[in-house]
Structure formats: C-alpha cells, structure tokens
Design a protein around this ligand. Structure first.
Ligand code: 26W
Length: 822
C-alpha cells in the first residue's frame, strides 16, 4: 500500500486565514496563540472531514463487522500534532506556519491534553484506536465526555495539589455533537412484570425511574497515511426535560430537579483512582450511562440493515476494557429480550458471542464488587438479569463439580452480598485476555485458576503495545529522521523494520550520531525542567527516569530510598567515582491515597536537600516533574537514558511506559514483571539490567504470609541509616515525624497489612547493585550506545499495530476496509 497525502500548501494557508476571520473577526496577526491554534485545528479538521465521511460511507456500503472498544477511559493527549502526523502533513503544515511567522511548537502547546483517563489502561485504549485506524479496521471507541478530565497536578511546598482540568474551556475544535443519536438511560424505580396475553410472554417494564438523555460527541481518529478516519464516540448527559422545572405539580418538580442534577453530575468528572475500587454510586451510574447508550446505538445501527437480532454478533463485537463496562452484558440481554423479543436462550447465545473481556490487573483492591443493595436499587431490571445469569451459572458449576461448595463460593457472580463484575465478564465473555505473557500465566495459574479450569478455551494473551506514530515519530523527531535516513520510513507502519538498524549498532559513527541525538533530546528536557521547575540539570549526566502513576506496588519509594542511600555513600566518600546522575520522577497520586501523596512529598524534600548541597558538586540531582501527562511524556521518553520499571514482580500486569522508553533508546532497569519479561527476551538480558525477586518468589512469600523486614533492618546498616533518616528530621527538619507512616509501612504489620507489602527492603540490595551496574555500563560509552541502539532495533514487537492484529485475528475477526477517495 502506498501511503501519501494530497496536501496543498497555498489552500491550507488561505484556510487558516479564513478561519481567523470566521471564528474571531480578525486577521491572523491580530489573533492570540490560542486563537491561532483553533484556526489551524479547524483547517486540519477540514482535511479530515471528507475522509471521515468517506470512511463511514464505505463501512455502510460493505456492511462490515465493527469492534466497539468500550472504555471508561481514553487518554488521548493532544490531537493536533498527532492528526498532522497521521495525515502525513506535519512538515508541510510546519512550513506553512513558519511562512506565516508562527512556531508550530507554540501552536501545539496551546492545546490542552484530552486527559479522559488515569494511566495505562486509558492510554492503551488511545494507542489501540490509532492502530485500528492505521490498519484500516472498522472501530468505534465508546466512552464518556467528562467535563473535567484527570486533574492537573501542582506542587506547592513539595505537596501535590489537585487543580480541576477544565479541558473544554476554549471548546474542542475536533469534536462534532451528534444530536440525532440521543438515547434515554433509566435509573432506579422498580420493575413491573405482566404476562402479554397475545404472545404469552412475560414482560418487564421499569417504572417510576429517573432518566437522562445521552448525547454523543464524535472525535475523529485518523489513520496514518490512508483515508480511514474512525470515531471516538463520547457521551454527554442532558436532562430529559427542562420544561418540567416550570411545572406547578410538586411531584414532577421534584423529579425534574433530580433529573437535572443526575444529568449534570453523571459526566462531571473522571474518577482519578488508578487500580483502586471505591464503590461509589456515581461511578456505577457513569458505567451504566455510557454502556447503555453505546449498546442501544449499536443495536439500532445493526437494525438499519438487518432484521434478525439473533445474528448481531456477525456485525458487532464489544471489547470490555477491564470490568468497568461489564454491565454491557446485562444491558445487551435486556435490549434483546425486553425490546427485541428474543427468548432468554437466544439472547444469551448472541451476548456470549458478542462480548469479550480484557483483564488489566491482579491487584485485589482494584476488583469491582458492587453491593447488591446499591446495584439492585440503581439498576433494578439489570439486576434481575444478573440474578438469572448467576442462577444458571451456579447450576452449571454444580453439574460440573457436584457437591463442591468451595467452587461456588469462589466463582459465583453474586456472593457475600456483592455482584462480582469480573466473574460476570468471564462467564458471559467469549474471550478473556491478559495483557502480557506473565500476567496471563498468573491469571490462569493463580487469580482466575478456577475459571481457567472450567473454560480454558476462553483464555488468551495479548501483550500490550504502543503507537510509534505518537511516541517516536511525533515525540522524537530527531531520532525519527535519523532512523528514516538509515532504513527508510516503513517502520512507521511496520515497527519490526527497526531490525534493519542492527548493522549500525557496532558502527562508531552511527553510535556517535545516536548519542548526539539523545543529548539534544536531553537538552530539550533540561530546558523544560528549567522553565517548569527552575532547576538546572546537566545534559551530560545520566537521565534516570521513573514516570508513571504513583502506587506503592510501582515502588517509587524504592527509587527514592536508593537516592538517599547513594547520597550517604557520596557524603562518606566524596571522591567516589560516579557519572553524575539526574533522578527524574513524574507521578500523580490519587487524591485520597495518603501514603502515595506522602511519597511525593518525600521525593520533593529529598530533592531540596540534595540539590542544595554544594558539597556533592552536582553529582546527584533529583527532579520531580509537575503534572506528568501524555504531552510532556513525549519529551521525557525521548530524553531518558535509564527506564525505571521496578514494580514488585507479579504486580504490574504489563506496563506500557517501559515500551515507550525502549523505543526511544533507554536502558531498562527493572524487575522480571509484566512486559519487562518480554522486553528482555527481545533485546537480550545483557542489554537490560534486571534485579529483584521473581514473581514466583513473591507469590511464594505471600502464600507464606510475607517475610520479616526486621531481619534486614537489623543486619543492614546502610538500610537502617536511610530508614532512620525518615524519622529523624534529616529530610523534614520542621517536622521530624512527617514520614513516620512510610517508615511504619516498611517495618510494622498494620491492621491486617503485612509490613513491607511490596518487598522494598527485600529487593533493596539487589536494586542498589543494579544501579551500580548502570553506572559501570555507562562509563563504557561505546558499549552503552550499542546497548541502547539494540533496544531501539528490537522494539518492533511492542507496536500496538502488532497487538491489534492479534486481537483482530484471535478475537474480533474483523476485515480490513480500504477507503477510496475520489
Ligand atoms: C475501579 C478502579 C480501577 C481503575 C483503573 C481499577 C483498575 C484500573 C486499571 C485497570 C488500572 C490500569 O490502568 N491498569 C494498567 O493497565 C495497563 C494496560 O493494560 C497495564 O499496562 C498496566 O500494567 C496496568 O497497571
């Protein structure tokens, strides 16, 4: 396939100027930067729009099967630069703007990140949409148009402050409201049932409910160098009837107020919890809201061309991004039975051929279990259906394992007064997948063992991936140009082509070019850090980076404890031979996660002490980058030398940041966890630095009730020293008790929680050793260059293009649709 554009520079320039007039009644020179951004974005949309129309025309014409990727989160980041890239018009638009005296980077910086997601799971959804469009597969993303996305993080006095993210403040130039696709979504009330005398069927009607209207906004998802433009459809909520507010009827008035509030609240804000289930009623409302609207829309779309809903699965499949959209199972059953007149068995046959489930975590605190009381009150009809699914499933378990009550306790969908969403998703889904080899193995052998034994055919692995269009082509233009110069540009849509770089890894000149580019990217990041943190960092130091959500299992604490240790070593031995190191952190903590927020404060306090200690000659610097997100992430990945992937083995399902670093030529310093295992397999263990307990060892300790961190505390003087510094005021002279909770979490059992749950002290020595190895390896500059070049050359497997091809052939069974343009 030839990928080209038909971009006309002069036309485009005129279009930008016209937009300035139309939107703002101004000449381009009179517009401020935000206005210029809007004008440019509308001009880009103008190129997209014809492809978008053509794409959907072709889908209808060919009557193709479509995947609906159902997700509470889409962490899209900025759209403008990415759209320009995928239109293959980035350089030309950059030139046009330059001719108008406008700096493209300034324009891109005007756009707020679309941060409708927390972290890994939401960003994965965004990468998948990019790959689906690029590979010409028909797909919808289905989600929620939150008014406020992931909060903005400010650091004040070392503490995280959450600031609302009003991302729609200036309007979103790329979105289109689709008023014609409105759906009612009902909550609460009760179910009245009666027998229809004519048909003899039992009928179920929800009465005395409160409802909202779901209204979709469409965002274009542009394929790279083709004519495919798929759709991310995010739902807004509007009140059913504002008119009722004027009613004199008191009952109606009350109801109208409630419905108005329901509509306002439901899409107000993204829950900023990552890997932590809170059981909030509003969250379940959000789930049912977008799922119901999306399923209703999918069934209606199907009925436009077909009249037998028993074959729905031939034209649509729903992929559930974790358990968050799992009510889709019961909602589809409801629509098929109550509205389309199918019998239970017919509806079940369709549902179990339509719905598939991806698991993204084994952390037990992330498992969604809704209290029956809440679930049945909010979704009375859906609850009845789940009850019946559970009744039949328990019967099945009894038949398969007669007399085994334990199996029922462990596998039932409804048990202990809770609805277990993962059990529902596995029972009804035709596919259950993990997100990395190790993760899938742990699901099969441990977490979901009973389900795997009962239905092994459903289980499969789909190792995550990332899109090289955003995380290399857009984020690292220098390296991209260098690679293309060496091996051509086919890697943009075929990442394993990077293997063609192999002949260059021993070539001294190529090594120097490569490291020069890394250095320029470090200068770019240093400038960003200076502007945003006021800290000077040395581009010739090793940039050692850990950026990801803050969570105890990800062990940012291990990293900063090691920094404290290294600082002590350096103070004792000022002539210690070490390459200067800049430790860079970036992480948002969930607003209510105390120990996570305290860890941020610790990192910042340690940074303050070390950065201001002139006696160490700048050999260690510590930087906490405020408000880590997709857009500054692109700059950070490009500049990293060391990629910290140090989760407790078995806890990180996959990780995807690890892949972004690898692709940009950083060395992984990590545990054998998640996709790190596969990264090491691809690049060779000699081109990564691996440390710590294995997942088997961690699981063994856990089954034995943990290990005794006191033993380490008693016997390792250096460890005792840094732990003591947590409570002696060294890093918090104004309040020596400040970090007591961190100290306690490492050393004492607390209310059913094991001391050092995440094996930080257990892995400490091995980590410190690994860090030493990094220093030693970096000293050998040719050896280092070769290793990190090998990381790039072997990153091919980790493209989300590969992941999507696997989903398509093993799960979704989609056909490519080539969109013609005339
Ligand atoms: C109910 C609260 C909640 C919110 C988010 C529970 C769980 C989540 C997500 C599953 C957390 C998440 O983002 N998981 C990450 O998914 C990535 C994509 O598969 C993986 O790479 C990460 O390892 C995993 O932590």
């Amino acid at each position: 396939m030839v990928r080209t554009n038909t971009f006309n520079k002069e036309e485009f320039k005129k279009d930008i100027k016209d937009n300035c007039k139309l939107l703002y009644r101004k000449n381009i020179d009179e517009c401020d930067d935000q206005q210029k951004f809007q004008a440019v974005a509308y001009s880009v949309k103008n190129i997209i729009i014809d492809k978008w129309i053509a794409t959907h025309k072709e889908y209808e014409k060919q009557d193709v099967k479509i995947v609906c990727y159902m997700s509470m989160e889409f962490l899209m980041g900025r759209a403008l630069g990415n759209n320009m890239i995928n239109l293959m018009a980035y350089d030309e638009i950059k030139e046009v703007l330059a001719e108008l005296g406008i700096d493209i980077n300034v324009i891109e910086d005007q756009e707020p990140d679309a941060a409708l997601g927390n972290g890994g799971l939401g960003r994965l959804a965004a990468c998948f949409l990019d790959s689906l469009a690029t590979l010409e597969y028909p797909a919808y993303g289905c989600g929620i148009r939150y008014r406020y996305g992931m909060f903005k993080q400010e650091i004040k006095d070392g503490y995280q402050i959450e600031v609302p993210d009003n991302w729609l403040k200036d309007g979103n130039p790329f979105e289109i409201k689709r008023d014609e696709y409105r759906y009612e979504v009902k909550f609460g009330g009760y179910v009245r049932s009666y027998r229809d005398e004519k048909t003899g069927r039992d009928m179920f009607v929800q009465e005395d409910y409160r409802s909202v209207i779901a209204v979709p906004y469409d965002l274009p998802v542009v394929g790279y160098g083709n004519n495919t433009v798929n759709t991310l459809r995010i739902w807004d909520a509007e009140p059913v009837n504002t008119f009722n507010l004027n009613s004199f009827d008191k009952g109606d008035y009350q109801k109208a107020i409630e419905e108005e509030n329901l509509a306002k609240n439901i899409v107000e804000v993204l829950y900023p919890n990552d890997n932590h289930y809170a059981g909030k009623e509003l969250r379940l409302k959000q789930q049912y809201f977008f799922v119901s609207a999306s399923v209703q829309r999918a069934v209606d779309q199907y009925k436009k061309h077909h009249d037998d809903c028993r074959k729905l699965y031939e034209k649509v499949t729903f992929q559930l991004n974790d358990t968050h959209p799992t009510v889709a199972v019961a909602e589809l059953m409801r629509i098929l039975m109550d509205e389309e007149g199918l019998e239970w068995d017919e509806a079940w046959d369709v549902t179990t051929k339509t719905v598939a489930y991806t698991n993204h975590t084994i952390m037990s605190e992330a498992l969604e279990k809704w209290p029956l009381e809440l679930f049945s009150r909010l979704l009375p009809r859906i609850y009845q259906i789940v009850e019946e699914i559970n009744r039949r499933f328990v019967e099945e378990i009894k038949t398969k394992y007669p007399g085994d009550q334990e199996k029922i306790r462990k596998m039932a969908i409804i048990y202990d007064g809770q609805v277990k969403m993962a059990h529902l998703a596995i029972c009804a889904g035709y596919s259950v997948n993990g997100v990395a080899k190790l993760h899938t193995e742990i699901l099969e052998k441990q977490e979901l063992k009973d389900f795997y034994e009962m239905m092994p055919q459903k289980f499969n692995n789909k190792t995550n991936g990332i899109t090289q269009r955003r995380f290399l082509l857009h984020g690292n233009p220098l390296l991209s140009a260098w690679i293309t110069d060496k091996i051509g540009d086919a890697w943009v849509t075929d990442l394993p082509q990077l293997k063609k770089l192999l002949p260059y890894v021993d070539d001294e000149k190529a090594q120097q070019e490569f490291m020069q580019i890394k250095r320029k990217n470090k200068v770019r990041l240093a400038k960003y850090i200076k502007e945003h943190n006021g800290i000077d960092v040395d581009p010739d130091s090793i940039f050692d980076v850990q950026v990801k959500r803050l969570h105890e299992y990800k062990r940012q604490l291990l990293n900063i404890l090691h920094v404290m240790y290294l600082y002590n070593e350096l103070k004792k031995n000022p002539d210690m031979d070490m390459t200067p190191r800049t430790f860079i952190f970036g992480a948002k903590a969930a607003a209510g996660y105390r120990i996570a927020k305290l860890t941020i404060k610790l990192i910042n306090n340690v940074a303050d002490v070390i950065n201001n200690d002139a006696s160490i000659n700048g050999k260690i610097k510590v930087v906490f980058i405020e408000n880590y997100r997709v857009s500054n992430g692109e700059i950070i990945f490009a500049a990293a030398d060391v990629s910290e992937q140090i989760s407790t083995a078995s806890k990180e399902a996959s990780g995807t940041g690890n892949m972004k670093f690898m692709l940009n030529g950083a060395m992984t310093l990590g545990t054998m966890d998640g996709a790190n295992v596969e990264i090491v397999q691809e690049v060779g263990i000699e081109n990564a630095v691996i440390f710590g307990l294995s997942s088997d060892e961690v699981i063994r300790y856990e089954n034995e009730g943990g290990y005794d961190p006191m033993e380490i505390f008693n016997n390792d003087q250096a460890v005792r020293e840094i732990l003591t510094e947590l409570i002696n005021g060294k890093y918090s002279p104004e309040d020596p008790e400040m970090f007591r909770d961190i100290y306690n979490s490492l050393l004492s059992n607390q209310g059913g929680r094991r001391a050092d749950t995440y094996f930080i002290l257990k892995d400490f020595r091995s980590y410190a050793e690994a860090q030493k190895q990094i220093d030693a390896r970096y000293k050998n500059s040719a050896g280092w260059a070769k290793s990190v070049m090998l990381n790039v050359a072997n990153a091919g497997k980790f493209s989300s293009d590969r992941t999507i091809e696997e989903y398509v052939s093993d799960i979704w069974k989609l056909k490519k649709v080539h969109v013609p343009m005339n």
